[in-house]
Design a protein around this ligand. Structure first.
Ligand code: FES
Length: 132
Protein backbone atom coordinates (compact mmCIF):
# COMPACT_ATOMS: atom_id res chain seq x y z
CA UNK A 1 0.00 0.00 0.00
CA UNK A 2 0.98 3.58 -0.62
CA UNK A 3 -0.93 5.47 2.03
CA UNK A 4 -1.71 9.01 0.91
CA UNK A 5 -2.74 11.81 3.23
CA UNK A 6 -5.34 14.30 2.06
CA UNK A 7 -6.95 17.16 4.00
CA UNK A 8 -9.54 16.08 6.57
CA UNK A 9 -13.11 16.42 5.34
CA UNK A 10 -16.37 15.65 7.16
CA UNK A 11 -18.45 13.16 5.17
CA UNK A 12 -21.45 12.40 7.40
CA UNK A 13 -22.47 11.31 10.89
CA UNK A 14 -22.76 7.68 11.98
CA UNK A 15 -26.48 8.34 12.60
CA UNK A 16 -26.92 9.09 8.88
CA UNK A 17 -25.97 5.56 7.81
CA UNK A 18 -28.04 2.40 7.48
CA UNK A 19 -26.48 -1.04 7.06
CA UNK A 20 -25.65 -1.90 3.46
CA UNK A 21 -27.01 1.37 2.04
CA UNK A 22 -24.10 3.22 0.39
CA UNK A 23 -24.05 7.00 0.66
CA UNK A 24 -22.55 8.98 -2.22
CA UNK A 25 -19.59 11.15 -1.22
CA UNK A 26 -16.88 13.18 -2.92
CA UNK A 27 -13.34 12.99 -1.56
CA UNK A 28 -10.77 14.48 -1.58
CA UNK A 29 -12.53 16.87 -3.98
CA UNK A 30 -15.55 17.17 -6.24
CA UNK A 31 -13.80 15.31 -9.06
CA UNK A 32 -13.47 12.17 -6.97
CA UNK A 33 -16.74 10.29 -6.37
CA UNK A 34 -16.95 7.60 -3.75
CA UNK A 35 -19.27 5.88 -1.31
CA UNK A 36 -19.51 5.71 2.45
CA UNK A 37 -20.82 2.36 3.59
CA UNK A 38 -21.86 0.71 6.87
CA UNK A 39 -21.40 -3.05 6.55
CA UNK A 40 -22.93 -4.27 9.81
CA UNK A 41 -19.94 -6.27 11.03
CA UNK A 42 -16.31 -5.39 11.80
CA UNK A 43 -14.15 -5.18 8.68
CA UNK A 44 -10.68 -4.16 7.58
CA UNK A 45 -10.28 -0.41 7.94
CA UNK A 46 -13.73 -0.13 9.51
CA UNK A 47 -14.43 2.74 11.94
CA UNK A 48 -17.24 3.76 14.26
CA UNK A 49 -18.80 1.99 17.26
CA UNK A 50 -19.15 -1.24 15.27
CA UNK A 51 -15.87 -0.94 13.32
CA UNK A 52 -17.96 -1.47 10.20
CA UNK A 53 -17.96 1.89 8.39
CA UNK A 54 -15.75 2.10 5.30
CA UNK A 55 -15.40 4.33 2.27
CA UNK A 56 -14.03 3.74 -1.20
CA UNK A 57 -13.51 5.54 -4.46
CA UNK A 58 -15.99 4.38 -7.11
CA UNK A 59 -13.58 5.03 -9.97
CA UNK A 60 -12.29 1.68 -11.21
CA UNK A 61 -8.49 1.53 -10.87
CA UNK A 62 -8.28 -0.10 -14.32
CA UNK A 63 -9.57 2.68 -16.58
CA UNK A 64 -11.78 4.79 -14.41
CA UNK A 65 -15.28 3.52 -15.17
CA UNK A 66 -17.82 4.09 -12.40
CA UNK A 67 -18.25 1.04 -10.19
CA UNK A 68 -21.63 -0.25 -9.03
CA UNK A 69 -22.13 -1.56 -5.51
CA UNK A 70 -23.75 -4.98 -5.15
CA UNK A 71 -25.26 -5.29 -1.67
CA UNK A 72 -25.83 -9.02 -2.00
CA UNK A 73 -22.17 -9.98 -1.93
CA UNK A 74 -20.86 -6.56 -0.83
CA UNK A 75 -18.70 -6.03 -3.84
CA UNK A 76 -17.96 -3.19 -6.24
CA UNK A 77 -18.42 -4.18 -9.87
CA UNK A 78 -17.14 -2.53 -13.03
CA UNK A 79 -19.38 -2.35 -16.10
CA UNK A 80 -16.33 -1.56 -18.23
CA UNK A 81 -14.32 -4.76 -18.14
CA UNK A 82 -15.94 -6.52 -15.20
CA UNK A 83 -13.36 -6.13 -12.47
CA UNK A 84 -14.75 -6.85 -8.99
CA UNK A 85 -13.60 -5.61 -5.56
CA UNK A 86 -14.46 -6.79 -2.05
CA UNK A 87 -15.93 -4.08 0.20
CA UNK A 88 -15.36 -6.26 3.28
CA UNK A 89 -11.69 -6.90 2.56
CA UNK A 90 -10.16 -3.48 2.07
CA UNK A 91 -11.14 -3.28 -1.59
CA UNK A 92 -9.23 -6.40 -2.56
CA UNK A 93 -9.68 -7.29 -6.20
CA UNK A 94 -11.79 -10.44 -6.56
CA UNK A 95 -11.38 -10.66 -10.30
CA UNK A 96 -10.28 -8.44 -13.13
CA UNK A 97 -7.86 -6.32 -15.08
CA UNK A 98 -6.84 -3.73 -12.53
CA UNK A 99 -3.29 -3.85 -11.25
CA UNK A 100 -4.21 -2.54 -7.84
CA UNK A 101 -6.96 -3.04 -5.29
CA UNK A 102 -9.74 -0.49 -4.93
CA UNK A 103 -8.42 2.55 -3.06
CA UNK A 104 -10.02 2.79 0.39
CA UNK A 105 -10.45 6.12 2.12
CA UNK A 106 -8.96 6.46 5.60
CA UNK A 107 -11.70 7.40 8.06
CA UNK A 108 -11.87 8.79 11.59
CA UNK A 109 -14.93 9.16 13.83
CA UNK A 110 -14.99 11.84 16.54
CA UNK A 111 -16.87 11.86 19.84
CA UNK A 112 -19.96 13.32 18.18
CA UNK A 113 -20.10 10.51 15.65
CA UNK A 114 -18.96 12.72 12.80
CA UNK A 115 -17.06 10.77 10.16
CA UNK A 116 -14.03 12.36 8.55
CA UNK A 117 -11.97 11.17 5.59
CA UNK A 118 -8.28 11.93 5.94
CA UNK A 119 -6.48 10.00 3.27
CA UNK A 120 -6.51 7.08 0.89
CA UNK A 121 -4.87 3.66 0.77
CA UNK A 122 -3.57 4.16 -2.76
CA UNK A 123 -3.71 6.53 -5.71
CA UNK A 124 -7.22 7.23 -7.00
CA UNK A 125 -7.69 6.61 -10.72
CA UNK A 126 -6.43 9.49 -12.86
CA UNK A 127 -4.26 11.00 -10.17
CA UNK A 128 -0.58 10.44 -10.86
CA UNK A 129 0.53 11.88 -7.54
CA UNK A 130 -0.54 13.04 -4.12
CA UNK A 131 -1.75 16.43 -5.42
CA UNK A 132 -5.27 17.82 -5.28
FE1 FES B 1 -13.01 -1.26 -14.69
FE2 FES B 1 -11.67 -1.77 -16.93
S1 FES B 1 -12.40 0.16 -16.22
S2 FES B 1 -12.29 -3.17 -15.42
Amino acid sequence: LAQIDYPSNRLANVADLAVNEPMDIEYPDADSPGVLLKLGEPVEGGVGPDSDIVAYTVLCPHKGWYLNYNGEDRSFNCPGHFSRFDAEAGGQQIWGHATQNLPQFTLRVDNNGDIFAEGCSDLIFGRPSNVL
